[in-house]
Design a protein around this ligand. Structure first.
Ligand code: ADP
Length: 165
């Protein structure tokens, strides 16, 4: 897709450790709202994710390949800088619960104080995914529970492999 200067570009950041159907639903809806959607996979040296950044990017690329206006990139440092680097001024976020809202409110205000031209757009999680989180999935996987309702088959296989290692 052409990257014209006037196209509407948004960035959706997260750890995606690993990507699940709740994330994928936000990506699908975001891909319809924007001309181009860049998914930013956070590299946070203070966190020890289950999947490496390369693995998280790779899984995301596999699950978003059906959307031709969605790209996936890893980033470190400030999310607001990453948003600017890819030529966007909109951050897309998903909201599950009231707890998410409190955190997102603080993050949005912080990001605005770093870049006052940045807009954050929230999409409410679909009811069926509103309880799904990567943390929960890692726990289910560690107890060899059934993951098929929450993730695509490639992510299910990857999670199962992690806990066989
Ligand atoms: P998680 O909490 O699952 O580890 P991330 O930190 O990767 O997720 O979250 C990235 C973004 O995706 C955040 O905006 C978060 O609110 C959103 N998100 C996470 N899980 C869901 C879900 N089940 N439905 C909708 N949005 C979600």
């Amino acid at each position: 897709m052409a990257k014209s200067l006037t196209s509407r570009v948004a960035v959706y950041t997260g750890m995606f450790d690993p990507v699940h159907l709740g994330h994928l639903d936000i990506i699908r809806r975001g891909s319809r709202l924007f001309d181009r959607l860049v998914v930013g996979v956070g590299i946070n040296p203070e966190k020890a994710p289950l999947f490496t950044a390369e693995e998280r990017v790779d899984l995301l690329r596999q699950v978003v390949k059906r959307f031709d206006n969605v790209e996936v990139e890893a980033f470190d440092g400030l999310a607001v800088r990453f948003v600017r680097d890819v030529g966007a001024n909109v951050m897309l976020r998903g909201l599950r619960t009231l707890t998410d809202m409190e955190y997102e409110f603080t993050m949005t205000l912080t990001n605005l104080s770093l870049d006052n031209e940045l807009e954050t757009i929230f999409l409410m999680a679909k009811e069926e995914y509103s309880h799904v989180s990567s943390t929960l999935l890692r726990q289910i996987a560690s107890f060899k529970g059934d993951l098929s309702k929450f993730v695509t088959s490639e992510v299910k296989d990857a999670l199962e492999r992690k806990f066989q290692e």
